[in-house]
Every structure is written in C-alpha cells, then in structure tokens.
Design a protein around this ligand. Structure first.
Ligand code: 6PG
Length: 241
C-alpha cells in the first residue's frame, strides 16, 4: 500500500483549484497513454466545488473520458440526494461535449444496482482516477465503518449508511485500491481529528477505518486537504520522519 502524499491548501477554494489541476493532469495523461480515461467521481458536498472548476478546464478532452461513480444513494437521479444529480448540475451540464457517464442505478434496489455496476467496473478497471471524500466517521464512498467485509472479488456492493439515505451502492475498498490514482478531498475543522486518526492508522501499519484502507496498491494516493482539516496532522517535516 502506498502512503498518501498530503497536499495542504489554505482553504477549500484553493483546494478546488489545485485538485482540479491534479485531476486534469491525471486525465490528460491517461488519455495520452491509453486513448481514454476512466474516472470515478465522489459524492457528497465537498467535491461540488472541484467539479465546477473542472467544468472550466480547457485541456480535458471529455469525449475521451468515461465517468463512473464511487458510490450512489439508492434514490432516483433527480432526487436532491443523488450524487449523479449533483455531478450533472456541477459538471456534466456545463460541458460543451459531455463525457460518457455510467451512473449507478439509484432508482433500483441497491442490491440490483450493485450487481449491475459490479460488471461495469470489471470492464473499466483499473480505474485511472478515483475521487473520494471522507465522512466524519472515516468512511469513503459508501463504505462505512462496520460495513461487513465483502467477498474479496467483489467490486461493488450494497451498503447501509448511518446517515440518510440509508440504502447505498459503493465501490469496495479492494476496487478502490486497484485504481491507478486515488485523490482524497477533505475540508473543514470538523474532520481534523478523524483525519489525524486515519493518518495514524496508516503510519502505524494498522489501517482499520475505511479512509485508512483506501490507499492505492501501487498507484498514486494523494490527499488534498485544507488547513482546517489538516490541523491535527503531523507537520510536513514530521510526515517524512
Ligand atoms: C456520499 C459520498 C461520501 C462523501 C463523504 C463526505 O455519497 O456521501 O460519496 O463518501 O464523500 O460522506 O461527504 P461531504 O463531502 O458532504 O462531507
């Protein structure tokens, strides 16, 4: 497992700009090397600002991008809680040439949507980029602390969230770890203690929380964090110790 590279930013706005440049470079490199890029988007609130910046990037050939999702709530795409709906508003609808979007079928029962999307991920993997946020409890995608360990071969599972909407569809941590690049985006003081706990688990070689286990097997693993979220992380010099 690779140790995450921590990239600190003054605030969320600076994080969005830098993370968008990071994503743009990774997407362009994938297209240059393989003619196509598979990227899995994160949901929740944090990435919206990143998607809005990405929508203005003139360097991404979106017609060569296949967009997947790291997770989805089991709600229809027009539901305000839909991760697809948020990405459509913040990114897809703002692009002159939209990408191919493979959404998780939130309108179906989660088990059915997971089964169908598992097949999609098997064709698409290894994903070039997986974007993740982190919940206050240390979850990533919709893989929560206490989620039963899935079959080692599973790529996508149905899960239950302690936060509404309860029924979710999520990449497994194993599927996330197979990707070529993982970018974790964390902002706000409210996550500082949990992020430091996640870092400590990784540094001690004892990852337990999902965010500690979502590190790439052999690829890039970068945390884009703002100053508030990074407040309890070791300083840059201590990190290297
Ligand atoms: C979701 C996300 C989830 C999110 C974290 C952080 O469906 O909610 O995929 O994993 O990234 O819960 O959420 P915020 O960005 O809203 O803090």
């Amino acid at each position: 497992m690779t140790t995450p590279e921590i990239v600190r930013h003054a605030d969320a706005s600076a994080l969005y700009d830098a993370a968008a440049a990071d994503v743009s470079q990774l997407v362009q490199a994938a297209i240059a090397e393989r003619g196509i890029c598979h990227i899995a988007l994160a949901g929740g609130r944090t990435p919206r600002g990143l998607y809005e910046v990405l929508a203005t990037d003139p360097h991404i050939a979106w017609d060569k991008v296949i967009v997947l999702f790291g997770d989805e709530r089991a709600v229809p795409p027009d539901d305000p809680a839909s991760n697809f709906g948020m990405a459509r508003e913040a990114l897809f609808d703002r692009l002159p040439i939209p990408p191919t979007v493979l959404r998780m079928s939130g309108e179906l029962p989660a088990a059915d949507a997971a089964r169908a999307y598992d097949a999609v991920v098997r064709v698409a993997e290894p994903l070039d980029v997986v974007l993740l946020g982190m919940g206050d409890d240390g979850h990533v995608a919709s893989f929560f602390p206490g989620t039963p360990e899935p079959d080692a071969d599973a790529r996508v599972i149905a899960t239950t969230s302690p936060l509404p909407p309860p029924s979710r569809v999520s990449l497994t941590l194993a599927a996330i770890r197979r990707s070529r690049a993982i970018l974790l985006l964390v902002t706000g003081a409210g996550k500082a203690a949990r992020l430091a706990e996640v870092w400590r688990q990784i540094a001690d070689g004892a990852p337990r929380l999902p965010a500690a286990r979502a590190t790439s097997e052999s690829g890039i693993c970068r945390w884009h964090v703002d100053t508030a979220a990074a407040a309890q992380l070791p300083s840059a010099s201590e990190e290297l110790a």
